[in-house]
Design a binder for this molecule. Structure first.
Ligand code: MV4
Length: 449
C-alpha cells in the first residue's frame, strides 16, 4: 500500500490498541504500541511490531502525556498517530501539536474537533445546516432571566446543559419555574468545576427518548457517506452496556431521512474522517444533541452491519485517499449487537481488577470478540474497566439475539467478576427481545423495578 503511512503510532491501550494494530497489519503498515509501566505485559504490547514505554501507571503521565507520545512517534519514525477513543482522541491541542511536528493525526481537523467539543457551537452549526435540534435556547444562557424566558416559551420540564459537557456531566433538570434557578446555579457550578467553563444552554427535556447515533465518514474531496445508525439507549449512569445496529425503533424511511439530512450537513461543513452524530429520538422525531469526532467503542456493530473496516477507512482518508464509493454502494445486511464486558461486579458495578486465571472466548459464524484479555493477565486498576466486547451478527435481529445468548453462555472469564451475567439477564428479557426500550429502561432493570 504505497502512499499510505510509513508507520503508525497507536496512542492507546487495551482492546482498541489491538483493534488498530490489526487494521495496520492488514494494510501492511508497521505500527508502534505505547504503554505505561503498568501495561508492560498487556496484549497490545505483546503483539506489537515495536513498543515504547511512555510513563508511569497514572494516565495523566502516560496515555494523556502528549509530549511523551509525540516523542515516541518521532524516535520510532512514525509519520501518523491514531488516538483510538478516550485519552487524547478529542483533544484539539494534541491534534494541532501532532500536525505542527509534521505528522498526521488520524482523525478530523483540529478546528472540527474544537467546534464539536463546544456543544453550543456544534448545535449552532447543525441548525444552520438544516439538522433538527431539541427546542431550546439560541446559544448560551448567561442570565437566569434569559433561562426563565426560554423555559416559558418551550414549556417545562427543561434541561440545563454545560457547553463543555457531554456524557451527562453538568446537566440538571428543572421540572417547573420554582426549580429553575437552583438547576441553573448547580449546572453552572458543576460546569465550572468539571470543565473550567461555566457556559450553559437550555433544552426542552425529553422524558423517554431513545439514543440513536449515526456513523458518518467524509473524505477530503467532500464525499460524505453514512454507515447507518446505532441504538445506544441501553446505558447506566451514562455508560453504554449494549449497542445495536440498526435500531429496532427505526423504519427504513426514518433511517433514510436521517442519513440524507446528516450527510448533506457534513458535506457543507467540510468535515473529514470519521464522525458520529448523536440524536434523541422520540415520537418519530430526531433531534441532534452532540457530535463525537472520534472512532467510538461501539464501531464494530456498524462494521458487522456494513462489512467495512472503519479503522482502515480512517487511515486511508487521513493519508489523503478518497472513499472511492458512494452511499448507493453501501449495503446494510442483517443485524448486529455488541455487549460491553467490564471488569466490574455485576451487582454493584464496582471495578474488579485482578488476575484472569482462565479465559475462553466464544466463536462461530457471526461472532466477534474484541479484547486484549488472556489467561494469566492481571487487569490493572488504573484504567477503564472495559475488558472485552462481544459482537454478534445475524440475518435478523432474532437470530442475532440467539447467537448473543449462546455466545454469552460460552464466554468464560475466570478469576475476576465481570458484567457477563448481567448481559445474560438483559438478553433473556422479553422487553429487550421486543426492542421495546428507551434510555431509562436499563436503570430500572438493574434496580429490579
Ligand atoms: C437530553 C435528555 C433529555 N432531553 N436532552 C445525557 C448525556 C448527554 N449526551 C445527553 N443526555 C441527555 N440529554 C434532552 N433535551 C436526556 C439525556 C439522557 C440520556 C441520553 C442518552 C442516553 C442516556 C441518557 C440517560 C439520561 C439522560
Amino acid at each position: 500500500m504505497a502512499g499510505l503511512f510509513q508507520k503508525v503510532l497507536i496512542a492507546n491501550r487495551g482492546e482498541i490498541a489491538l483493534r488498530i494494530q490489526r487494521a495496520c497489519r492488514d494494510m501492511g503498515i508497521p505500527s508502534v504500541a505505547v504503554h505505561s509501566t503498568a501495561d508492560a505485559q498487556a496484549m497490545h504490547v505483546r503483539l506489537a511490531d515495536e513498543s515504547v514505554c511512555i510513563g508511569p501507571p497514572a494516565a495523566r503521565e502516560s496515555y494523556l502525556n502528549a509530549a511523551s507520545i509525540l516523542s515516541a512517534a518521532i524516535v520510532t519514525g512514525a509519520d501518523a498517530i491514531h488516538p483510538g477513543y478516550g485519552f487524547l482522541a478529542e483533544n484539539a491541542e494534541f491534534a494541532e501539536m501532532v500536525e505542527a511536528h509534521g505528522l498526521t493525526f488520524i482523525g478530523p481537523s483540529p478546528a472540527h474537533i474544537r467546534m464539536m467539543g463546544d456543544k453550543i457551537a456544534a448545535k449552532a452549526a447543525m441548525a444552520t445546516l438544516g439538522v433538527p435540534l431539541v427546542p431550546g435556547s439560541d446559544g448560551e444562557v448567561t442570565r437566569i432571566e434569559q433561562a426563565r424566558a426560554v423555559a416559558a416559551r418551550i414549556g417545562y420540564p427543561v434541561l440545563i446543559k454545560a457547553a463543555a459537557g457531554g456524557g451527562g456531566r453538568g446537566m440538571k433538570v428543572a421540572h417547573d419555574a420554582e426549580g429553575l434557578e437552583e438547576a441553573w446555579r448547580v449546572a453552572r457550578a458543576e460546569a465550572r468545576a468539571a470543565f473550567g467553563n461555566e457556559a450553559v444552554y437550555v433544552e426542552k427535556y425529553l422524558d423517554r427518548p431513545r439514543h440513536i447515533e449515526l456513523q458518518v465518514f467524509a473524505d477530503a474531496t467532500g464525499n460524505v457517506v453514512h454507515f447507518g445508525e446505532r441504538d445506544c439507549s441501553l446505558q447506566r449512569r451514562h455508560q453504554k452496556l449494549l449497542e445495536e445496529a440498526g435500531s429496532p425503533a427505526l423504519t427504513a424511511e426514518a433511517r433514510a431521512r436521517l442519513g440524507t439530512t446528516a450527510t448533506a450537513a457534513l458535506a457543507r461543513l467540510g468535515y473529514r474522517n470519521a464522525g458520529t452524530l448523536e440524536f434523541l429520538y422520540q415520537d418519530g422525531q430526531f433531534a441532534f444533541i452532540e457530535m463525537n469526532t472520534r472512532l467510538q467503542v461501539e464501531h464494530p456493530v456498524t462494521e458487522m452491519l456494513c462489512g467495512i473496516d472503519l479503522v482502515r477507512e480512517q487511515i486511508r482518508i487521513a493519508a489523503g485517499e478518497t472513499l472511492g464509493y458512494g452511499q448507493e454502494d453501501i449495503a446494510f445486511s442483517g443485524h448486529a449487537i455488541e455487549c460491553r464486558i467490564n471488569a466490574e461486579d455485576p451487582e454493584n458495578f464496582t471495578p474488579t481488577p485482578g488476575l484472569v486465571e482462565a479465559y475462553h472466548a466464544p466463536g462461530g459464524l457471526g461472532v466477534r470478540v474484541d479484547s486484549a484479555l488472556y489467561a494469566g493477565y492481571k487487569v490493572p486498576p488504573f484504567y477503564d474497566s472495559l475488558v472485552a466486547k462481544l459482537i454478534v451478527h445475524g440475518p435478523t435481529r432474532a437470530q442475532a439475539i440467539a447467537r448473543l445468548a449462546r455466545s454469552l453462555a460460552e464466554f468464560a472469564v475466570i478469576g475476576i467478576k465481570t458484567t457477563l451475567p448481567l448481559h445474560q439477564r438483559i438478553v433473556a428479557d422479553q422487553r429487550f427481545q421486543a426492542g421495546d426500550y428507551d434510555i431509562h429502561w436499563l436503570e430500572r432493570f438493574v434496580a429490579g423495578t
